[in-house]
Design a protein around this ligand. Structure first.
Ligand code: SF4
Length: 307
């Protein structure tokens, strides 16, 4: 069944499958316009690679480590920060646990049912740093499977339990558990996600941020994905937010958001990056200002209250 539509909307056809990754879900939550540029019209832009150098190099070394390749010759050649970060990570018990999958890419089908239409297959995609098997002793000795994400340069999100990466990866890994070769008898309570954050200069070089999984969380993620993907598929306007949520976004020059005028800023509290605000349309500009007390804040239930 084909679902071809215009070019400036999300397209899901047999020839052009709709692939959804953590990045798209994050863009959608952050700014519909950014989602439009990156994921609908797929604008390519140049991003500074420097920040990714450390992360990329350490991920590569961890990949070699999982494959038992001899690393000593490489370690003597790499930059000191890369070496220190790798050595701190390698000493962690999760890096030494039995490897179930390493640098594993997934494509998991998700059936999106829209009223009056045939179901659309959306492919959930991503790449897992590692899946490991550990043994736990409570209540009796049994296996536990961790989906591991090495955090080498970027910070662990403060809401890591609700972050799309955590939720999408757990959802996909549970759905794809047979492809991964997990035993038939494995239960969902034997699965968890862990961010392994490493900062070699810190007193505690490695910190773990763990999330345990359950059937209720799986169902909640399925419901939230259905809601969000339906919104993406039906979206036509991709409107700008009132203020720019991402001062590093490269589309600031073309999206229509305006920098806040300098005289409005308190010079003692200048933000590190310029703040951008949506330009008023002609119609809006002619409207009288609404007094702050007349604005009723909209109560929005978090879709992610599931931990
Ligand atoms: S610059 Fe800001 S408002 Fe414009 S697309 Fe990017 S995130 Fe959205």
């Amino acid at each position: 069944m084909s679902h071809a539509r215009g070019l400036n909307v999300v397209v899901a056809t047999e020839q052009t499958p709709w692939l959804v990754s953590t990045s798209q879900l994050k863009e959608w939550d952050k700014c519909k316009k950014q989602f439009y540029y990156k994921s609908v019209v797929k604008t390519n832009w140049l991003a500074g690679q420097k920040n990714f150098e450390l992360g990329k190099a350490v991920h590569k070394l961890m990949d070699y480590q999982a494959r038992n390749l001899p690393l000593e010759p490489i370690l003597t050649e790499v930059r000191q920060d890369i070496q220190e970060t790798y050595l701190a990570l390698e000493g962690n018990s999760l890096a030494q646990a039995t490897v179930v999958a390493n640098e594993w890419s997934f494509n998991v089908p998700f059936s999106l049912e829209l009223e009056g239409q045939a179901p659309i297959t959306v492919w959930l995609t991503g790449r897992v740093d590692r899946v490991v098997k550990t043994l736990v002793n409570t209540p009796a000795k049994h296996s536990f499977y961790w989906v591991v994400d090495w955090k080498t340069g970027t910070a662990v999100p403060p809401d890591f339990k609700q972050a799309w990466q955590t939720r999408l990866y757990l959802y996909a890994i549970w759905e794809a558990r047979h492809q991964l070769g997990l035993p038939e008898t494995v239960t969902i309570e034997q699965l968890g996600f862990v961010y392994v954050e490493v900062k070699p200069k810190r007193k505690q070089a490695v910190r773990l941020y763990e999330v345990l999984y359950s059937q209720a969380q799986h169902e909640q993620t399925k419901a939230d994905l259905t809601r969000v993907l339906t919104g993406m598929y039906l979206e036509r306007r991709f409107e700008l937010p009132a203020t720019c949520p991402d001062s590093y976004c490269p589309f600031g020059a073309i999206c229509g958001i305006a920098p806040v005028e300098t005289e409005q800023l308190n010079l003692l509290a200048l933000p590190a990056k310029p703040v951008r605000k949506r330009k008023k349309s002609k119609k809006e500009a002619n409207q009288p200002e609404i007094a702050p007390e007349m604005v009723v804040p909209k109560e929005e239930a978090s879709p992610f209250d599931w931990f």
